[in-house]
Design a protein around this ligand. Structure first.
Ligand code: SIN
Length: 310
């Protein structure tokens, strides 16, 4: 019998596969669709102090090997997500609130509000590339550290940070040093690759409106970068900090590769947006089949055991 359950901060997930904050998780109806699917947990859209309309449309486009988006954090405000916690918890799955902001006081206020709910876990989003005029916090190490210290002081829930992709070993090392000195339980790695440009050569035009067409790249384009981030952080972080892998997971093979690189849980963004809730059951089955063929019965049998060429 193959078991793909996982544990994060003492919270049990029947399946290691769930949605990523972003697509199809803004309204209660969308979140219920995830809760009644085979997803192992439910992640809510990153919320801000005030509700946001987000950027002008078109702001999301499916493209050849994935997606480009500049949504701009459209969400219904943290009070809405706090109010729907009891309803979502009634489906019996771990529930994750995702929190976005531009300053540490905003994160503090929202974390404090969720402390008094029965949400299970908090994901602190430090990596949205699409808020016009605001940099991705995860590329500002000082600011990231300040926010993590503030959240660490107030959070009564297990919490972690959603990071942008890093590309340079020095940056991995700097961020890992900060993470190893905070109270985080996990990282989510990676958010979309920010400020990519996709062009429709026929019309000679960009495909999304905000920021002159620049947006976050997701899907198959980003899997190798996501795997590299999971792997590098697996090498650098202390083993109490778990890794939630995200970026280009479309199949059981992709899921297997992320666990092999060191991930504990997995999230689906673009692929979930394209295929909808049935994707959780499909990828879970494919992962179980691969594990069965290889003689693995739990994720621990191969987690992090990627081989290198000597
Ligand atoms: C968005 O709403 O712009 C995407 C969210 C994110 O990248 O964190």
């Amino acid at each position: 019998m193959v078991d793909i359950s996982a544990n994060l901060s003492g919270i049990h997930f029947d399946s290691c596969i769930m949605n990523a904050s972003g697509p199809l998780d803004t309204t209660l109806d969308e979140l219920v669709d995830i809760a009644i699917s085979a997803a192992g947990g439910v992640v809510m859209k990153s919320c801000t102090i005030e509700a946001r309309e987000g950027n002008p449309s078109p702001r999301y486009m499916d493209i050849e090997w994935g997606s480009i988006n500049s949504m701009g954090l459209p969400n219904l405000g943290y009070k809405y997500y706090n109010e729907i916690v009891p309803k979502l918890k009634s489906y019996g799955k771990p529930l994750i609130a995702s929190i976005a902001g531009v300053a540490s006081e905003e994160y503090k206020k929202i974390v404090e509000a969720f402390n008094s709910s029965n949400v299970d876990i908090l994901e602190i989003n430090l990596s949205c590339p699409n808020v016009v005029g605001k940099p991705q916090i995860g590329y500002d190490f000082e600011m990231s550290e300040e926010i993590m210290n503030v959240v660490g002081d107030v959070s009564e829930k297990p919490w972690g940070v959603k990071l942008p992709p890093y590309f340079d070993f020095i940056h991995f090392e700097e961020m890992a040093t900060i993470l190893n000195n905070t109270k985080i339980s996990f990282i989510v790695s990676i958010n979309s690759i920010g400020n990519a440009l996709f062009i429709d050569w026929n019309s000679e035009k960009v495909v999304i409106k905000p920021k002159g067409g620049f947006g976050g790249l997701g899907g198959k384009y980003i899997k190798p970068t996501a795997l590299a981030n999971v792997r590098k952080f697996h090498e650098l972080l202390n083993k109490k900090i778990k890794i939630v892998g995200v970026g280009g997971i479309y199949t059981g093979i992709d899921a297997f590769e992320f666990i092999l690189s060191g991930a504990t849980l997995l999230q689906l963004g673009t692929s979930f947006s394209q295929e909808g809730p049935p994707i959780f059951e499909r990828i879970s089955k494919e992962l179980c089949q691969i594990m069965g063929k290889k003689g693995y019965t739990t994720l621990d049998d191969f987690r992090g055991k990627l081989k290198v060429i000597e």
